[in-house]
Design a protein around this ligand. Structure first.
Ligand code: GLY
Ligand code: MN
Ligand code: MN
Length: 459
């Protein structure tokens, strides 16, 4: 018996391999070509992106890593998702990208040659048995990887073995803030293909919200109904795409007053609202980010309607402020003005001036959307938060009111109500197109939509 070579990722309970088995495993395998890819369009858009990056850093070596696997427990890793800028530059988005590195080598004063350093498929004969012994990377453990020539044909990028990389000098996006910023800013405006991917993400998300409404009777009966909802949405996300683009927020009643309630361990109360903030991420890694706040009874109570309609009015005002040339912050200001005036009308605030309304709104009411749910996060303020909207930018508008259950500034009937309405929009020449308009937003629209789905579910 021989122990596994130390570079193989084996488990403490793996069986040793006899020389006979080792020889037996090495032979008699038929050719198994890589299945055809359905991602040709995803690779076709990447040369233009690399050219834009190249132009910003003439003569400099640029390193963009996919990232590494992260242990979850012992020998089990978390699912791997590559660094968004790596996916954007290469079109490679799979779990098999762990450890891979894109290097942009200067190839003249104003050009770079892209080289992908990959862990290629390991050989069957004359190899170390990695294909059946390495539980992290072996083909018989996690599936087939492309050979270098196959990866080149797929991506149109020269490929080299990861072993040959060594430690490259130059700018590394993992540690060079200037490069990381450039990679965020280059992604601020989406190309037509990206907008199409985001629309797919939105459409699958709409289907996921419909699934959740149909599942409400089961969820209401379960002691952890919030988890049931998370699971129902997650099924749709996994079935149609790569998964959820962020942890689903399924918040019943006062849980909705925690902005990112992802514990989702609560019971659903049929008299309360459910805040569902969820997004499907496509296989190409673009995510939607949508929130609806739904009455679990199917009908808003008068006080729920009062809060909901104020948030909706704020969202309408925010969306109406989107247009190329507007300041990024305009839509937030427009929405917050409506909220502050509403709170003053209710007598919660003395007047609509100042920033006291923020006790009840807590956070900014929108952000860029793309490969990351909070996209382009390393962009400088001057090009994002203090910047000007441009055609092709995709963003959320998501005002909310979070009326904490223990807030003594509020009348008792308002306490414990949390409402957010969140939609995804793309900036167009004359305003913005609502990408998530297939999901109703008005009180009447939501009640009618829920009623239809629940009737159909009950048969
Ligand atoms: N789902 C996180 C957010 O809305 O920003
Ligand atoms: Mn959002
Ligand atoms: Mn959201």
């Amino acid at each position: 018996m021989t122990d596994a070579p130390s570079h193989l990722n084996t488990g403490s309970h793996d069986l040793a391999v006899s020389p006979e088995l080792s020889r037996f495993m090495a032979g008699d395998w038929a050719p198994s070509p890589l299945p055809a890819s359905d991602r040709v369009a995803a690779y076709a858009v990447t040369p233009a992106r690399r050219a834009r990056l190249s132009a910003l850093f003439p003569g400099e070596r640029l390193v963009v890593r996919a990232g590494e696997l992260k242990v979850r427990t012992n020998d089990c890793d978390h699912r791997f998702r590559p660094y968004s800028a790596y996916a954007w530059l290469t079109g490679l988005t799979g779990e098999d990208q762990a450890g891979h590195v894109l290097v942009m080598e200067p190839s003249g004063p104003h050009a770079h040659e892209a080289v992908l350093y990959l862990r290629p498929r390991s050989p069957r004969a004359d190899g170390d048995g990695a294909f059946y012994r390495d539980r992290r990377y072996g083909e018989f453990w996690i599936g087939r990887r492309p050979e270098l020539a196959e990866a080149e044909r797929l991506t149109g990028i020269r490929c080299a073995p990861l072993d040959a990389l060594g430690s490259p000098t130059g700018r590394d996006a993992a540690s060079d803030p200037e490069l990381a910023t450039a990679l965020s800013e280059l992604r601020l405006v989406k190309d037509a293909w990206e907008v199409g991917q985001l629309q797919q993400a939105v459409d699958h998300t709409v289907a996921g919200f419909e699934d959740v409404v149909r599942a409400l009777p089961r969820a209401l009966a379960h002691p952890r109904g919030e988890r049931w909802i998370e699971g129902v949405f997650g099924l749709r996300a996994r079935a149609e795409g790569n998964g959820t683009g962020y942890e689903t927020i399924a918040a019943s009643g006062a849980h909705a007053c925690a902005l990112h309630w992802i514990r989702n361990d609560g019971r659903l109360n049929g008299d309360e609202l459910l805040l569902l903030d969820a997004g499907v991420e496509t296989d190409t890694l673009y995510t939607a980010d949508i929130t609806r706040t739904l009455p679990l009874s199917g009908r808003f109570s008068p006080v729920q309607r009062q809060v909901y309609e104020l948030v909706l009015a704020a969202q309408e005002a925010g969306m109406a402020a989107l247009r190329p040339g507007a300041s990024f912050r305009d839509f937030h200001r427009a929405g917050m003005r409506v909220i502050a005036e509403g709170l003053a009308d209710w007598g919660v605030l003395k007047d609509a001036e100042g920033d006291l309304h923020r006790r009840y709104t807590l956070c900014s009411s929108g952000h860029m959307l793309g490969l990351d749910v909070h996209d382009c996060g390393k962009a400088r303020a001057q090009s994002y938060l203090d910047g000007i909207l441009e055609v092709g930018q995709v963003l959320t508008v998501e005002p909310g009111l979070y009326l904490q259950p223990d807030d003594e500034t509020l009348p008792a009937e308002l306490r414990g109500i949390g409402v957010r309405v969140e939609d995804d929009l793309v900036v167009t020449a004359d305003g913005a197109r609502l990408m998530s308009g297939a999901l109703p937003r008005t009180v009447d629209g939501i009640e009618e939509w829920m009623g239809g789905l629940l009737d159909a579910a009950r048969g």
